[in-house]
Design a protein around this ligand. Structure first.
Ligand code: T5A
Length: 213
C-alpha cells in the first residue's frame, strides 16, 4: 500500500495520545511498520521553538491572533516540507498529532479569524497537501479541559474561556461534516469504548485502501 498521512485531531484532552496508540496497533497488525510520528506545533527544531513561544504566555506582550496564526503556519510548513513530505516520499506512513484542521478550528472558530484569510493562507502555504485520513475526537469542551487539567498545568491556549472552546468544537464539527476524509469519533465515552471504535473505523478504512490498490 502507498504511504499515507493520518492525523488525529480534537480539543485539548480529547484523548489523541490513546487514539494514536490504536492507529499504530492496527498498522502493525497490517504489517505496516515504517512509521514517522509528528506533532503540531512542533517536530523540527524551528517548529519546537515556535511551540514554546506559542504555548507560553509572555509577560509584557500579548500575542495577537494573527501573529499566533502565522506562528502555527510557520511551524507547519517547516514540518511538512522537511519531515512529512520526505517521509511519505520514501514510503513511510506519517501519524500526525494535529495538523491544519487545528488552525481552522482554534484560530478560525475559537479566535474568530476570517475564513477567507484562513483559506488564502492554507492555499499559499500548503497548496493541495492534506492528510489522507483525519480522525476527529469529538467531546464537550468541559470534559476535555477537565482531563487536561487533571494531568498538568494549563498552557496559554488551554486557559481560554469555555466559549472559545465551544466555538472551536463547533467549527471542528462543521468541517468534519463537510469532508468525507474526516471521521468523527465520539470521544466522550469511556476509554475502552473510544479505543474500540477507533480501531474498527481505522481497520475499515485500511481495508478499503487495500482493496482500492
Ligand atoms: N493549536 C494547535 C492551535 O490553536 N492551532 C493549531 O494550528 C495547532 C496545531 C497544542 C495547543 O495548540 C493549539 C491546540 C492546543 O491547545 P498540545 O500540548 O499539543 O498543545 O495540546 P493537546 O494537543 O491538547 O495535547 P493534550 O495532550 O492535552 O491532548 P490529548 O493528546 O488529546 O490528550 P491525552 O490523550 O493525553 O488525554 C488526556 C488525558 O485524558 C485521559 C488520558 O488518559 C489522559 O490522562 N483520557 C481519557 N479519560 C477518560 N475517558 C477517555 N475516553 C479518555 N481518553 C483520554
Amino acid at each position: 500500500m502507498n504511504s499515507k498521512f493520518i492525523v488525529v485531531e480534537g480539543l485539548d484532552g480529547a484523548g489523541k495520545t490513546s487514539a494514536i496508540e490504536q492507529v499504530v496497533a492496527s498498522l502493525h497488525y497490517h504489517g505496516i511498520n515504517n512509521l514517522v510520528f509528528t506533532r503540531e506545533p512542533g517536530g523540527t527544531p524551528l517548529a519546537e521553538a515556535l511551540r514554546k513561544l506559542i504555548k507560553k504566555a509572555m509577560e509584557y506582550e500579548q500575542i495577537t491572533d494573527r501573529a499566533e496564526l502565522l506562528m502555527f503556519y510557520a511551524a507547519r510548513v517547516q514540518l511538512v516540507e522537511s519531515i512529512i513530505k520526505p517521509a511519505l516520499a520514501r514510503g513511510a506512513w506519517v501519524i500526525g498529532d494535529r495538523h491544519d484542521l487545528s488552525s481552522q478550528a482554534y484560530q478560525g472558530g475559537g479566535r474568530g479569524i476570517d475564513k477567507k484569510l484562513l483559506k488564502t493562507l492554507h492555499d499559499i502555504v500548503l497548496k493541495n497537501f492534506s492528510p489522507h485520513l483525519t480522525l476527529y475526537l469529538d467531546l464537550p469542551a468541559p470534559m476535555g479541559l477537565g482531563r487536561a487539567l487533571a494531568r498538568e498545568k494549563l498552557d496559554r491556549i488551554e486557559v481560554e474561556s469555555l466559549a472559545f472552546f465551544n466555538r472551536t468544537r463547533a467549527r471542528y464539527q462543521e468541517l468534519a461534516a463537510a469532508d468525507a476524509r474526516i471521521v468523527t469519533i465520539d470521544a466522550s465515552r469511556p476509554l475502552e469504548q473510544v479505543s474500540a471504535t477507533i480501531r474498527s473505523c481505522f481497520e475499515q478504512w485500511l481495508n478499503a485502501q487495500e482493496t482500492q490498490q
